[in-house]
Every structure is written in C-alpha cells, then in structure tokens.
Design a protein around this ligand. Structure first.
Ligand code: NI
Length: 227
C-alpha cells in the first residue's frame, strides 16, 4: 500500500473520530449495508521454496496488494451487537519469487474472494453520531484462476499452479459516522489470517512448493445505508 493512501485513510479515520453531531444509534433489527473501496494489503511471509521436496536456500515469495469494490452487510442482533459479512469483487494479486536463482521472477497471477464474518460491538450510546466498533470473526478465502506468468514459463517451462483455500480468524476495528438517520460514512480495518500452500506442477515433472502466510491488512472506506 502506498504511503499517501495510508495517510489518506488515516486522515479520514481521524475526521470520523473528531466529528460530532446528533443522530440515532443503531437498534436491534437494523440492517446496515456499506459499499466502498477495499484494499487487501498482504503482510506476507513464506517458507523457502522447495523443488521436488528439497529446499531452495534463500528463496521466498511475495504477494502485492489490490483494491476492489467492497461490500459489508451488518445485521444488528441487539442495539450494540451486530453480525457483519464482508464481501468484495475478486481481488487479483501477483505472486513474485525472490532469491537465487530466480530473483524477482513474476511467477503467477491469482484471484481470490475472502468472505469474512465478524461479530461486532458498538460501545457508543444512542445520541452519538459517531459509532465506532470492534469485531472478531472468521475468514474463508478461496483462490481461483491461478495462472503462471509468461515470464515464469519462459524461465522454467509450462505447468500449473494451485493455491489451497484458507480458514482463519479475522479481527476488525471500524467506525460509522451518521450523516443522517439512514446514511453513514464508514472506515474499517481488518487483519485477517490467510495461510495457503502454493504448488506448481511443471510439465517437466518437477514440483515447486511453498507455504505462504498472506495475513493481509484490509482497509475499506465507503458509505452506508441503514434500513
Ligand atoms: Ni497466518
């Protein structure tokens, strides 16, 4: 994630925190739909790549960030507790191999969907237009349309790449600022545990493997509507 956009998100979050006004809080039975830009910013870490089971010293992979349309839907179970689902259009990431003999080799493009469900707590009282929340929950990430790049194929020959699906925890902090009884501004941050194993089966018969902890921060800013 670029520093400037991080600053922009921080400024918006601060603006939400400093703003004040009067509007009604959420109530049991409310549904809040929020839409905006969602960025998945991997804080990735990988094991060394293996070739046919043998470690390739000093190698690793990295995963770049991507921004897509994010959607969250929250159902208020009580006045202060909501259950929220995060959805998005598919994220697309480039996986790059690091270390000799293939330093900085763009290896694959992968898409994923990271549906995440969290239970959220809204601590503020009914008069507050500012409604921060914290959430804890579960993420399921499924990878699809994994494709080796032409750079990779030129270097090592054709093959197939597959990334395993991932189950993990998700933690969230966010805030709504209610512009009216129905319209909110929203900013939210998740940290999500996404761990996968990437396997490349080359046509030569060789197999390359690595375990990757993607463990992204997810940043979303948008607007919402309360029903
Ligand atoms: Ni992890």
């Amino acid at each position: 994630m670029k520093q400037a956009s991080k600053l922009g998100l921080s400024a918006l979050a601060m603006g939400l925190i400093l703003a004040s006004g009067s509007a009604l809080a959420y109530e049991k039975g409310n549904i809040v739909v929020r839409a905006g830009l969602a960025m998945v910013d991997p804080q990735d870490d990988s094991t060394e790549l293996t070739l046919n089971g043998a470690s390739l010293d000093g190698t690793s992979v990295t995963v770049d960030d991507d921004t897509q349309l994010g959607l969250t839907l929250t159902y208020m179970v009580t006045d202060k507790v909501g259950v929220s689902l995060l959805g998005a259009t598919p994220f697309k990431h480039t996986v790059t191999a690091k270390g000799a003999p293939v330093d900085n080799l763009k290896t694959a493009e992968v898409k994923h969907l990271p549906p995440t469900i969290t239970v959220q707590y809204f601590p503020m009282d009914a008069q507050s237009a500012f409604q921060p929340y914290v959430g804890i929950g579960l993420n399921y990430t499924t990878f699809f349309q994994e494709e080796l790049t032409s750079d990779f194929k030129d270097a090592l020959g054709d093959g197939n790449i597959k990334l395993d699906d991932s189950f993990g925890y998700a933690l969230q902090v966010g805030a709504d600022y209610k512009l009216s009884n129905n319209v909110v501004l929203n900013a939210s941050i998740w940290t999500i545990d996404i761990d996968t194993t990437a396997t490349i089966d080359l046509e030569s018969g060789s197999q390359i493997k690595t375990d990757v902890d993607i463990d992204p921060m997810v940043y979303m800013v948008g607007v919402g509507y309360q029903f």
